[in-house]
Design a protein. Structure first.
Lengths: 478, 460
């Protein structure tokens, strides 16, 4: 029908290798004993075990959600390994003691953990299967009072903070996958920024799934005290397996008065092959609570991986004048499915939210935006703006928009706009007659389409994201 | 609790058995079968609850918790009724009047129409146009999963039948009046409309759902249920205009299903006005069956007090090169609630589709509430689709501007509200509807201004 026909060449997933490392693995399946075992292995205090068991008991009563616009074979939750950690697991004093095999793995992924080589000004918490293997720049951060460590260490060293904040944004029974995570989560990152401190560097965590049979359930908790601010980055990859792996994470953000949290994600889990074999099921609950006045939480995500993405980073705007932002690019190709979006719950007065979502579907993929903007009666003068644009490349993909807008007072202003379009032949022609090859033209058009989101990313991530978008779509038009 | 009860044992089971028995042998056999199938589905489904995603924002528990009996004409003064039907006198062209669900020949008049169009009651058409009715009735309005459509099918007795003949352009509009009058408390009516616009024909159909006023022009205060179903078959090249005016009583329940099938290069234009009812819902389903079809749906819901007005649109672009445009505006006052759900589905082969949906809401009171959900599901790449939704109040700047020109705050607000609604009302080509609507907006604003002096939602 047109010069722009869809034919997709195999794009190698360059992070698809596995690391041969001896692991300490819990037996398959999930019972109360599994949870006790995880808790024991991690040497957790009693309150954590109680938290887990409470979540597990709730989970047993819940049913898996069927409302997302995705299809997948039923998951056998008894056929998953809920704990997998690289051996040996003695307490590490410095990076020198980290298994060189692991350091190599992360170096190969472009995340050098060696302090001389690593990216200046970004502290990294590297998480391999279920455990955090290394956290860089810890001492330097501590000088400023910033606590940045693995979740397990935080449970041991700062139980009062964990007790106070864990589960306050995403309650244990919030949804099926959050309950599962609360029961079995293994590790994750913990960030605490004290009053008035602006984190001297960007913090980041890098997640790697290695074991083909294990699920990854990590938990991230970020607390910003009054007037504090932090920019947090998250990246993820996984090896290529023909089996699907479950990744059910929970991220909780808490911003007190005048605090600001910026959370950026470049998600590049293994997406499965062209026929949709293998890939990660990315069922993630991310939510931020703008507890204090004038606080701000901003989510930026570039979602290019995973066989299935089910993810709605949300903001609960409780403090007066608080601000929630959501910038998202979701790209699906081959047989990927994405049902992603956000929820903005306006509770406080003069709260503002901005949603910019860009969906690109190619191949035989299906990409849905699902969002909720809810204005409670007390949220006087709330303001919300939503823009969601979709682009379709090829005739076999789908793009859907399901926005929910619920407004309960008359001083608020809510706007929502959505469009769907394609790359037109005129646009391509315009580039080509100026000597720019078609591939580059498409890449430029896509980058232009996503610009409003990409520019919200920190610089290193923005470069990575643009490169990823280009790679993922290579040969998809032409 | 009561709703639960009605699910286990349908309170209409006995009524239906009696109803079916009374009509045994009286109608063509397919009609009896259709009613039975409708009731079976209704019995299976029960009334929807808010747990049902499609009914998430509209609670019909109050319909489910009472048992409505069929309305009739007993004790009605027909001559008086004729005089007090709102904008009956102004209606030009042809009229069919159904009072409490019963056809009233004395008030109906089809004499002004020429031979290009057939307008009759459905029960007559079953005899005179048997095959046509059998082929089309229920062909679009499927009962599966739709409790109110099934309910209508079960108690289907009469309605309006319109057939616009091939190549005929009918200038006069056809006005259908579904009027509920006295003695209708806890009664129900099941209006049914079937319109077939044959190839290259042009016509206008107006559906009025109104509660009868008393001699002083006041509405009654009756709790009744109108469960209406309308089907429009628009054949190739035909151009059909449709108006729906819902001005039921303040305590009425109004659930209406409108189904449209569009063929090659045919055009369907519809304008829907919702003014009355404690709970009202209008569901429009449009299916494109031929290339080059065009569909324009517009509407205005004007609510106050504790009213709920729900609009559900579903447009199925199954074929290439069709256009759809959906424009709905809401003005909400008091503790009322507006619901809008607009779904556009573009199927895999429906390339070169153009579709725009827009829903704007004006909240006049701080207790009013809007839930809007415009949806797009797109499976073709060469399409242009968009939707927009807004919720807001009158701009203080605009009010200030008018105040600076010497208007009172009340006048300013009334003027701006008129302006907001005009985007829809300007599209009304039937003078009587337009003037009625202007009167209603004026009266509502006047009532509001006297009631809430300085106690309104706007600040400044």
């Amino acid at each position: 029908m047109s010069a722009i026909a869809a034919s997709l060449a195999t794009q190698e997933y360059k992070y698809g290798f596995t690391t041969d490392i001896e692991s300490d693995v819990a037996p398959r399946g999930l019972t109360e004993d599994t949870i006790r075992l995880i808790s024991e292995k991690k040497g957790e205090p009693e309150f954590m075990l109680e938290f887990r068991l409470k979540a597990f008991r709730q989970w047993l009563k819940m049913v898996e959600p069927t409302w997302p616009n995705v299809t997948y074979p039923a998951i056998d939750y008894q056929d998953i390994i809920y704990y997998s950690a690289p051996k040996p697991k003695k307490k590490l004093n410095s990076l020198d003691e980290v298994d060189p095999e692991l350091l190599d793995t992360f170096a190969k992924l472009g995340i050098p953990l060696n302090e001389q080589k690593m990216l200046a000004n970004v502290a990294v918490d590297a998480i391999f299967d279920s455990v955090s293997v290394a956290t860089t720049y810890r001492e330097k951060l501590l000088e400023h009072g910033v606590i940045f460590c693995s979740f397990s260490e935080a449970v041991k060293d700062h139980p009062e903070l964990i007790k106070k904040y864990l589960g306050t944004v995403v309650p244990v029974g919030d949804n099926y996958f959050a309950a599962l995570n609360s029961a079995v989560f293994s590790d994750g990152s913990f960030v605490y920024i004290p009053k008035g401190v602006k984190s001297p560097m960007d913090l980041s965590s890098y997640f790697r799934i290695n074991n083909s049979e294990s699920g990854q359930f990590e938990r991230t908790l970020i607390i910003c005290e009054e007037g504090a601010s932090v920019s947090y980055l998250e990246g993820c990859t996984a090896p290529k397996f023909d089996k699907n792996q479950l990744h059910a994470a929970v991220v909780e953000l808490i911003a007190l008065d005048n605090a600001e949290i910026k959370y950026s994600t470049v998600q590049n889990w293994y997406a499965g092959d062209e026929e949709g074999r293998g890939g990660i099921y990315n069922f993630v609950t991310k939510r931020g609570k703008c507890q204090g006045k004038n606080s701000k939480i901003s989510w930026t995500q570039v979602e290019t991986g995973s066989a299935i993405t089910w993810k709605y980073p949300s903001c609960v705007l409780i403090g007066d004048n608080s601000v929630g932002e959501f910038y998202s690019v979701a790209l699906t190709n081959h047989r990927q499915q994405a049902d992603t979006g956000t929820k903005m719950i306006h509770v406080g007065k003069n709260t503002k939210s901005t949603i910019v979502s860009k969906g690109i579907s190619a191949g035989k993929s299906n990409n849905s935006y699902r969002g909720l903007v809810k204005v409670m009666p007390g949220a006087e003068n709330a303001r919300s703006y939503t823009q969601c644009d979709s682009m379709l490349i090829g005739q076999d993909c789908g793009a859907n928009t399901f926005p929910y807008i619920e407004v309960s007072n008359n001083s608020s202003k809510i706007e929502h706009e959505a469009t769907t379009s394609k790359i037109s032949e005129e646009q391509i022609f315009y580039f080509m007659q100026r000597g720019i090859p078609q591939e580059d033209a498409i890449s430029m058009i896509i980058n232009g389409f996503c610009k409003e989101v990409i520019r919200e990313l920190p610089m290193e991530f923005a470069v990575e994201a643009q490169r990823l978008l280009g790679l993922k779509l290579e040969n998809s038009v032409g | 609790m009561k709703a639960e009860l009605s699910k286990s044992k349908n309170p209409y089971a006995e009524t239906f058995a009696e109803f079916a028995e009374a009509r045994a042998g009286e109608t063509p056999s397919w009609l009896a079968g259709k009613r039975a199938a409708g009731f079976a589905e209704f019995e299976k489904l029960g009334f929807p609850t808010v747990r049902d995603e499609e009914w998430k924002y509209t609670n019909v528990a109050r319909v489910a918790e009472q048992v409505f009996t069929a309305a009739d004409l007993a004790g009605l003064d027909l001559a008086l009724a004729g005089k007090s039907i709102p904008f009956y006198a102004e209606s030009e062209g042809a009229r069919l009047v159904f009072l409490n669900g019963v056809f009233v020949p004395e008030l109906s008049d089809t004499s002004k129409l020429n031979g290009g169009i057939e307008v009759s009651r459905l029960s007559d058409a079953i005899t005179s146009n048997g095959d046509l009715v059998a082929r089309h009735l229920g062909s679009l309005a499927k009962v599966e999963g739709r409790a109110f459509t099934a309910f209508n099918d079960a108690f289907l007795t009469d309605g309006a039948f319109i057939r616009v003949k091939r190549g005929q352009a009918i200038e006069q509009s056809v006005n259908l009046f579904f009027v509920t009058g006295p003695q209708s408390d806890h009664r129900s009516t099941f209006p049914r409309t079937l319109v077939v616009a044959e190839e290259a024909s042009i016509a206008t159909v107006v559906e009025n759902f109104i509660e009868l006023c008393d001699e002083r022009g006041r509405f009654g205060n009756r709790t009744y249920l109108t469960d209406a179903v309308a089907e429009f078959i628009v054949e190739p090249g035909a151009n059909l205009s449709h108006y729906k005016v819902q001005h039921e009583g303040a305590k009425a329940f109004h659930i209406a299903d409108t189904h449209v099938s569009l063929n090659r290069t045919s055009v369907f234009t519809s304008l829907s006005i919702a003014l009355g009812g404690q709970v009202s819902r209008h569901q429009v389903s449009v299916a494109f069956g031929g290339e080059g079809g065009e569909c324009r749906l517009a509407g205005l819901y004007l609510t106050a007090d504790a009213q709920v007005a729900d609009t559900h649109i579903s447009i199925d672009h199954a074929v290439p090169r069709c256009e759809s445009e959906v424009t709905f505006r809401g003005v909400l006052d008091g503790k009322s609630r507006g619901v809008f759900d607009g779904k556009v589905l573009v199927r895999k082969d429906a390339q070169l589709t153009n579709s725009v949906t827009s829903n704007k809401n004006l909240l006049l009171s701080n207790d009013a509430r809007v839930d809007t959900k415009p949806q797009l599901e797109i499976f073709a790449d060469d399409v242009k689709c968009g939707h927009g939704a807004t919720v807001g109040q009158l701009e203080n700047d605009e009010i200030f501007y008018l105040l600076s020109r010497g208007l009172t705050p009340e006048q300013a607000r009334t003027l701006l509200t008129y302006g907001f609604a005009r985007e829809i009302t300007d599209g009304i080509k039937v003078a009587s509807i337009k003037s009625h609507l202007d009167d209603v907006i004026g009266a509502r604003m006047a009532k509001r201004n006297t009631k809430a002096q300085g106690h309104d939602g706007t600040k400044g």
